[in-house]
Design a protein around this ligand. Structure first.
Ligand SMILES: C[S@@+](CC[C@H](N)C(=O)[O-])C[C@H]1O[C@@H](n2cnc3c(N)ncnc32)[C@H](O)[C@@H]1O
Length: 207
């Protein structure tokens, strides 16, 4: 089953099933981005709009891209606002967004499904205005090394999605290669597990 098909099925329970990664990402997104000002936002892999809701209160315009029709349908049901446009797009192909258009790009829990980060960083650079920010929050590679990956339960058992491991150095190198400067790198832990493996890693890069 393709990643897109798997998310089309997951969409029905994505917002409601137990998911510590999803919940920690929300906290990470809010805590990190509360420090910055932004107006035009591009959300890569916006899914059901979990983070769009918070971004909406702080932005003038948001474009959310995702290739899963069903995840997008959930987002469109939840968020009806003239400031927000949800569009179907495969991030490994043309994003259909103007260059030098946004001052913030966010990408949460999506890059583990994308093999070639170079294209993503290259496009992010092009779409950002000068001094624009690229925020990434992902399953920490340490977690990936230990076998963690995007998965959900179905009546037929656990469905594991196709994922790619990205080392910390890969994010840093790709950003540098594509003209983006690292402002922040942070690791996020489950409550009570601060001495174990970090669940998430987040970056803020600046054009
Ligand atoms: C784990 S969900 C995260 C959704 C949302 N960002 C959040 O934090 O709740 C990953 C999302 O990435 C999308 N996705 C994965 N690969 C993609 C690709 N190549 N192009 C567009 N969307 C993609 C999936 O459809 C899914 O909605």
């Amino acid at each position: 089953m393709s990643i897109e098909q798997a998310y089309n099925i997951w969409a029905n329970q994505y917002d409601t099933n137990e998911n510590r990664t999803r919940d920690l990402d929300k906290k990470c997104t809010i805590e990190t981005l509360s420090k910055y000002k932004f107006s035009n936002v591009l959300e890569l892999g916006c899914g059901t709009g979990k983070n769009t809701e918070w971004l909406l209160a702080h932005a003038q315009q948001i474009i959310g891209l995702d290739f899963s029709e069903e995840m997008l349908n959930k987002a469109k049901e939840k968020i009806v606002d003239s400031k927000v446009t949800f569009k179907k797009a495969n991030l490994t192909q043309n994003w259909g967004v103007d260059n030098n258009f946004v001052d913030l790009i966010t990408c949460s829990l999506t890059l583990e499904h994308i093999e070639n980060l170079d294209y993503i960083f290259n496009q992010a650079y092009l779409k950002l205005k000068k001094e624009g920010l690229f925020f990434i929050s992902e399953l920490h590679p340490f977690k990936q090394y230990s076998g963690s990956k995007a998965r959900y339960e179905t009546e037929a058992g656990t469905k594991e999605l196709e994922v790619y491991i990205h080392h910390v150095s890969e994010y840093i190198d790709e950003a540098k290669k594509n003209g983006l400067q690292l402002l922040e790198l942070k690791e996020w832990f489950d409550v009570g597990a601060e001495h174990g493996l970090p669940r998430l890693i987040s970056f803020v890069f600046k054009k």
